[in-house]
Design a protein. Structure first.
Length: 169
């Protein structure tokens, strides 16, 4: 029987890179508006496999991205390793996510490459806000769909997601 994985907000996880080094992310919230999914904050700095970072320093470092993902599945699949725990920093109240229904492709039609039908939300928002075209600060919003764990690993390693989703320009 598979071992039950228990994760809590504040937990810090590592991902092994192809060169043997590690990058880290922190479990920062649950988003009830997005299937009650786990929200993570991934950090840019790469550490050697022998190095154990000071978590306060790690969390003060440059943020790479935020995403929704089922962390426990990634742990069960040995994609992430739980490394420790620290209070969530910086604050999450202004994190902005974006989404559109302009994805996928109907038979015989071209997929929509650029959407002008965006909505945005913050963690815990009771409703999504339709904004149409993404402008100003909304362009910095992260894609808010729930991302499978293997795609989180891909983003950590390559800097981008490997799935088809409309862009805004």
């Amino acid at each position: 029987m598979a071992k039950r994985v228990i994760t809590k907000i504040g937990d810090i996880f590592s991902i092994i890179l192809d060169n043997g080094n590690k990058k880290y992310f922190q479990y920062i919230a649950n988003d009830l508006t997005q299937l009650n999914s786990d929200v993570i904050r991934s950090f840019k700095r790469e550490y050697s496999k022998e190095e154990r970072p000071d978590f306060k320093e790690l969390l003060s470092g440059e943020i790479d991205f935020h995403a929704h993902t089922p962390i426990n599945i990634g742990v069960k699949q040995n994609l992430y390793t739980q490394e420790g725990k620290h209070e969530v920093y910086p604050d999450i109240k202004n994190l902005l996510f974006r989404g559109t229904n302009d994805y996928g492709q109907k038979t015989g039609e071209e997929r929509i490459k650029i959407s002008s039908n965006w909505y945005i939300w913050k963690i815990g928002d009771e409703k999504f806000t339709s904004v149409g075209k993404l402008t100003s600060e909304n362009r910095k919003a992260e894609i808010g769909v729930v991302i499978p764990p293997f795609m989180i690993v891909e983003r950590v390693k390559t800097g981008k997601f490997n799935f088809v989703y409309p862009d805004f320009e």
